[in-house]
Design a protein around this ligand. Structure first.
Ligand SMILES: C[S@@+](CC[C@H](N)C(=O)[O-])C[C@H]1O[C@@H](n2cnc3c(N)ncnc32)[C@H](O)[C@@H]1O
Length: 379
């Protein structure tokens, strides 16, 4: 279980004008402070910047903020692009694709900017990032160095949070916080909004994120929902959303590893859909290392279900199409946990990537089915 935020909070040092300088180091992904740091400004060409980051030198920017953004884009354009090899196994190709994404994030994460109290980016023409940075990383007490990527990530997330996401199933807006899974795919929400409820007395929502599924259940008339998440920032986000929706009385959002105490007639869980290592904060919602959360849900479900109760597992089969998990694996884990499949409701993927023929994994994405598996304890 982690608490927020969990940056690598150590020190970064660099040489400038023959003197050693230090600052606090912040990295949202927990990356350690770079060892080789060169101070650079607007006079640096994109080719030289690319050469330096490729050699593992981090660039501490001291020029114009907008030029730094342009330089970041210029470095990104020089990075190798991913393409599938003829006849390559899909799982191997996906592994290579993810390695490429990690490498890309590492390279782009070498353009650094200074932050000072405010919080503010201590650069010429820098925009006001104070609210965004506070929401993502908290106050800046003293000179801090972070990646420009992290600053842009915080600003982007804050926009999302402010604007919110209209959820048709709720006829209302959900505001995702920084680092909290945004329910941008509506297919799975519709499954939870439409499946027949086994009871309206009590439900558990395991890994609630923004609180969206708990809100759908409460709006459908479930009198009490206990929603858990292992991330403090998700619990804060869910509480804020439930309050704004007028559902805070019905839903208790609480920090916990998986299940709350006791049993319920309905236990819902939407774990990350792909097995794999999470390399960034946002990866946490998509990748479930070693299928840990999926397996924890299945193995713990039986002892948290009331007699005759239903566990609703929401998961897509994209992992199966990518060769990362088989249907047999899933059925075996369900059976080994003393569970039986009562029903399965399917829906086809409708999100833009599933229709993008230029995506290197289009064949897998276009076949993706999202399912609500209704599970019960085996007699
Ligand atoms: C894919 S997101 C789903 C969020 C939300 N239920 C939804 O459908 O939009 C998975 C959530 O599970 C949470 N999570 C991961 N491991 C957990 C654990 N061991 N116990 C509780 N929550 C966990 C994550 O923090 C994340 O919010």
């Amino acid at each position: 279980m982690s608490t927020e935020p969990s940056p690598a909070s150590n020190v970064i040092s660099w040489m400038q004008a023959d003197a050693e300088h230090t600052a606090r180091w912040f990295s949202a992904s927990g990356a350690p402070a770079p060892k080789k740091v060169q101070v650079v400004d607007d006079s640096l060409t994109a080719d030289d910047a690319y050469r330096l980051v490729a050699q593992g030198t981090a660039l501490l920017w001291q020029g114009d903020y907008h030029n730094a953004r342009q330089l970041l884009s210029a470095i990104a354009r020089r990075l190798p692009t991913f393409s599938r090899n003829d006849g390559e196994d899909v799982a191997k190709a996906f592994y290579r694709y993810r390695q490429g994404r990690t490498q890309r994030a590492r390279m782009l994460g070498q353009l650094l900017v200074p932050l000072e109290q405010g919080p503010a980016v201590a650069l010429r023409r820098a925009p006001d990032v104070s609210q965004a940075w506070l929401a993502a990383a908290g106050p800046v007490e003293s000179l801090t160095v972070a990646t420009l990527q992290d600053v842009l990530g915080a600003v982007g997330a804050y926009e999302w949070r402010r604007n919110g996401l209209f959820i048709q199933e709720l006829d209302a807006v959900i505001h995702p916080h920084y680092g909290t899974f945004a329910p941008i795919r509506s297919e799975y929400l519709a499954l939870v909004a439409q499946a027949k409820l086994p009871s309206t007395e009590l439900a558990f929502d395991i890994g609630t994120g923004t609180g969206v599924l708990a809100a759908i259940l409460a709006q459908r008339g479930v009198k009490r929902v206990i929603a858990t998440d292992s991330e403090a920032r998700a619990i804060a986000c869910a509480q804020e959303n439930l309050q704004a929706l007028g559902l805070a009385q019905a839903v208790e959002a609480t920090l916990a590893n998986m299940f709350p105490e006791g049993r319920a007639p309905l236990v819902v869980c939407n774990p990350p859909w792909l097995p794999g290592t999470a390399n960034t904060l946002l990866d946490n919602a998509v990748y479930d290392p070693k299928s840990r959360m999926l397996k924890a849900f299945l193995t713990g479900l039986k002892e948290h279900l009331e007699p005759g109760g239903e566990g609703w597992l929401i998961i897509s089969d994209l992992a199966e199409h990518l060769g990362l998990r088989t249907r047999e694996d899933l059925l075996l884990w369900i059976g080994n946990a003393g569970l039986a499949v009562v029903d399965k409701v399917d829906t086809a993927a409708r999100h833009p990537r599933s229709m993008d023929a230029s995506d290197p994994f289009f064949a897998a994405r276009s076949q993706e089915i999202t399912s609500l598996w209704k599970l019960s304890a085996k007699a």
